[in-house]
Design a protein around this ligand. Structure first.
Ligand SMILES: C[S@@+](CC[C@H](N)C(=O)[O-])C[C@H]1O[C@@H](n2cnc3c(N)ncnc32)[C@H](O)[C@@H]1O
Length: 272
């Protein structure tokens, strides 16, 4: 089978799209699948000017989530090289389905990372969710790539004597979400910093990186900046076009035409 070309993104269902990628041709997958929490990008829990938030988010129902996860991850397992790995983000709501699917397909868990972001939805009767899970998994633990001193040298010390590389490699990551006030956006996106960190530790220039669920295209935009080859899928046309425009014009953020409203107060995140 001829593999799909890299450095292209596709407006199609990722399960159908990945079937066209050759076995063992991808170095790394970084992805943030839909949440299965009946998420609607314009609901009031998303305290932003709805007009700037692109519509159409393709949600999966909770009762289909396990089966859906099995289908897309099966393709990921097939297209990954033996030395390949995957970082899959998940809220806590459907984490069990993601963990069970990874196990059933034979992925080996390398780390269970917690991404702590700055603030979540204010709650009255429960604790505020302000973290996200990121499962770092691979096919073959002996063959996977990991570059431990790529961001900080082995002997680089802080003024208090602490080790920079140790702290950077702890499995709780404090990384701020990005707020694109006044610009066009999709309802949810990964911060560039988190993608950059993953790419630096686990890939090299020219590696082939796949994101089956592009959304705004953050993963592929950062891959392009960091000289990785990329390939990705997004089922919603409007999001796909937004990601494509960002890639083609080399624009990280795109100004919105929406001028009638101003951003309301502090951004409040939805509860994933
Ligand atoms: C959580 S978002 C990804 C956000 C992305 N990481 C970013 O930084 O912008 C999940 C995306 O997957 C898309 N999606 C859902 N089902 C899909 C499918 N079967 N194939 C391709 N894309 C799909 C949704 O429309 C949504 O844009």
């Amino acid at each position: 089978m001829n593999s799909l070309q890299t450095n292209i993104i596709y407006n199609e269902d990722c399960i159908a799209g990945m079937r066209k990628i050759s076995d063992g041709s991808i170095d790394l997958v970084i992805t943030d699948p839909p949440f299965a929490i009946d998420f609607s990008p314009k609901r009031s829990n998303y305290n932003r000017i709805a007009g700037r938030v692109l519509t159409g988010y393709n949600e999966i129902s909770a009762n289909r989530y396990y089966d859906f996860s099995l289908q897309w991850m099966k393709q990921v397992y097939r297209v990954l090289k033996d030395s390949g790995s995957m970082f899959v983000f998940s809220g806590w709501n459907n984490l069990k389905d993601i963990l069970n699917t990874l196990d059933i397909l034979g992925f080996i868990t390398v780390n269970h990372i917690i991404w702590k972001y700055q603030f979540g939805v204010v709650t009255k009767r429960k604790f505020v969710t302000s973290h996200y899970h990121c499962l770092y998994v691979c096919k073959n633990d002996a063959k996977r790539k990991f570059f431990p001193y790529v961001r900080f040298k082995k002997n680089e010390r802080k003024t208090n004597g602490g080790s920079f590389h140790y702290e950077d490699k702890e499995d709780v990551w404090f990384i701020k979400r990005e707020y694109w006030s006044g610009d066009q956006k999709t309802p949810t996106k990964l911060p560039a910093e988190i993608i950059k960190k993953i790419l630096q530790y686990t890939s090299e220039e020219n590696d082939a990186i796949l994101d089956p669920f592009l959304g705004s295209g953050q993963v592929v935009v950062v891959c392009k900046q960091m000289h990785r080859r990329y390939i990705g899928f997004e089922i919603v046309k409007e999001y796909y076009e937004f990601a494509k425009e960002r890639l083609e014009n080399g624009k990280y953020r795109i100004k919105s035409n929406e001028t009638a409203f101003s951003e309301i107060g502090q951004p409040v995140l939805f509860d994933r």
